[in-house]
Ligand binder design. Structure first.
Ligand SMILES: [Zn+2]
Ligand SMILES: [Zn+2]
Length: 321
C-alpha cells in the first residue's frame, strides 16, 4: 500500500452501508525483545495471582505412534508399485489401482495417517496413555490501555492468553479443530505478581513463542466478504479496484497478530462460530504464524480465538485458517 491508499474509514464514507461493520482493532506488531514485566507482550515473564495455582490443561493429548510394516506386507506394497509401473509403461494411468490392489493397501495402512516408505513405518496419532495434564504457557499479556475496545469486564485491566502447547483433536465445543488449547483470563494488575510457572510436561516446539514486545496500533477493520451482503461487497470491491486494491486484506481483515476486528476466512470460507448458549461469537484474537514470536498454527496459517458476547466466561471458540 502507498501513503495515498484509502483506509477502511474512507471506504465507509464512500459506502455508508458498511458503517455497522466497522470494528476497532489493535494490531500488535510483535518484535523480538525482552518484554517489560508490566508491558503488553507475547510470551515472556509470567504474572499470576499469588493465591491461585498455575493452570494446567487436562484435555486429551495425542501421542505419535509408529508401527513397523511386516516384510510380507512390504513385499506386497512393492509388488503393487511394480505393477503400476509396468502398466504405466504400457500407456496406462500410473496412479490407478485395481480394486484388489486398493484393498490390499487399505489393509496394510490399517487406518494409519501416513506410511514412511524409507523406514517402512506406519504413523498415527493416538490418545496419550495414561492421560495426564500439563502446564499451559503464557501466549500473550495485554494491558487494557493497549486495546481499550476489548470487552473488559468491570474492574479488570489485564488480559492473559495462555495456551497448552500441544495438539488436541476433541476439545469440548470445538468443531473441525486440531491445535492448541486456548484459555483467556481477565484479571487485575494489582492482583498479579511474578511467578515461575511449571514447565509443560510436553510441548510442540512451534507452539512455544519467542518473547516479544509490541507496538500496538489502533485501527478500524472491516469483515471478510463472506460476512457482507452481496451488494455491499460489490460496492466495497468497486471502491477498492478504483484505487488499484483488493478489498480483502487491503481494506478488510487486517493481517497479523490482532485483537478485535474481523477474522479472514480465506482458506475455509465462512464457518459460523456459535457459543453453546446459541450466541454468534465475536473475534477476539488472531495468532499469526512466523515473524518474531516464531509460532506456527494450522498449516503456517492463523488461529482465531472467539468470545461469547453474552458472557465472557463461556468457553472460547477456536478456528484455524
Ligand atoms: Zn492440552
Ligand atoms: Zn455464550
Amino acid at each position: 500500500m502507498t501513503d495515498s491508499s484509502p483506509t477502511p474509514a474512507e471506504l465507509v464514507a464512500a459506502v455508508p452501508g458498511l458503517a455497522p461493520y466497522l470494528r476497532p482493532a489493535t494490531l500488535l506488531h510483535p518484535y523480538a525483545a525482552t518484554p517489560e514485566p508490566t508491558a503488553s507482550r507475547i510470551g515472556g515473564p509470567a504474572l499470576w495471582p499469588a493465591d491461585e495455582p498455575w493452570p494446567h490443561c487436562t484435555a486429551g493429548h495425542l501421542d505419535d505412534d509408529y508401527q513397523d510394516v511386516s516384510a510380507a506386507d512390504r513385499a506386497i506394497w512393492e509388488g503393487i508399485d511394480r505393477a503400476l509401473h509396468e502398466r504405466a509403461r504400457a500407456g496406462g494411468d500410473p496412479h490407478v489401482l485395481t480394486p484388489e490392489e486398493a484393498a490390499e493397501r487399505r489393509r496394510i495402512m490399517d487406518g494409519a495417517g501416513s506410511l514412511d516408505l524409507i523406514n517402512w513405518r506406519l504413523h498415527r496419532k493416538v490418545a496419550e496413555r495414561p492421560a495426564a495434564g500439563t502446564a499451559v504457557v503464557p501466549l500473550a499479556h495485554i494491558r487494557a490501555e493497549d486495546a481499550p475496545h476489548l470487552p473488559w469486564p468491570e474492574g479488570t485491566d489485564r488480559l492473559q492468553v495462555l495456551w497448552c502447547p500441544n495438539d488436541h483433536d476433541d476439545l469440548p465445543g470445538q468443531r473441525y479443530y486440531y491445535g492448541p488449547n486456548v484459555e483467556l483470563h481477565w484479571q487485575r494488575a494489582a492482583d498479579l505478581s511474578a511467578v515461575t510457572p511449571p514447565a509443560p510436561r510436553r510441548s510442540d516446539e512451534y507452539y512455544l513463542p519467542t518473547p516479544c514486545a509490541l507496538h500496538p496500533e489502533q485501527i478500524l477493520d472491516l469483515p471478510d466478504q463472506d460476512e457482507l451482503p452481496g451488494e455491499l461487497h460489490d460496492a466495497a470491491e468497486e471502491f477498492a479496484q478504483r484505487h488499484g486494491l483488493e478489498y480483502h486484506r487491503a481494506l478488510s481483515c487486517a493481517e497479523g497478530w490482532k485483537l478485535g476486528g474481523w477474522p479472514s476466512w480465506h482458506s475455509t470460507d465462512l464457518v459460523p462460530i456459535d457459543c453453546g448458549c446459541g450466541a454468534r461469537m465475536v473475534h477476539l484474537l488472531t495468532v499469526d504464524s512466523g515473524g518474531d514470536p516464531d509460532v506456527s498454527v494450522g498449516r503456517f496459517g492463523e488461529l482465531h480465538v472467539f468470545v461469547c458476547p453474552v458472557d465472557l466466561a463461556h468457553p472460547v471458540g477456536l478456528d484455524l485458517q
